[in-house]
Design a protein around this ligand. Structure first.
Ligand SMILES: [Mg+2]
Length: 125
């Protein structure tokens, strides 16, 4: 990875997705911590509570607060707006919308691990 001691926030309402993402990411020696959130609201609370998160991996469809609404809230917040967000979704039709809301990158599920690493490196530049 381009950065050492990476801290990644993963946001998904599907526990299995979170588990898979975490176990894959933690295999990379540059990843220090993977934090899990189950919806956008949860994720925003976490982002507000700590300032050491390097990148957010974000699902779109979630209860309470979905991905698009979360991106909107993050980009409207002066303290959070710089954080890179990579959208992970099964719905390709959401791509344009995600970018227009301020997503940095977009990946289709099922996620290929090497693609994910490439995207993470891209947003860390
Ligand atoms: Mg979902």
């Amino acid at each position: 990875m381009l950065k050492k001691d990476l801290i990644i926030l993963t946001v998904d309402d599907d526990r299995i997705n979170l588990k898979l993402l975490k176990s894959f990411l933690m295999r990379n020696s540059d990843v220090k911590e993977v934090i899990e959130a189950k919806n956008g609201l949860d994720a925003i609370d976490i982002l507000k509570s700590r300032d050491d998160i390097h990148v957010v991996l974000l699902d779109m469809i979630m209860p309470i607060m979905g991905g698009l609404e979360m991106i909107q809230k993050v980009r409207a917040n002066t303290n959070l707006r710089q954080i890179p967000i990579i959208v992970l979704t099964t719905d390709e039709t959401k791509k344009k919308e995600a970018f227009s809301y301020g997503a940095n990158e977009f990946l289709m599920k099922p996620i290929r691990n090497d693609d994910l690493i490439k995207k993470i490196n891209l947003v860390l530049i």
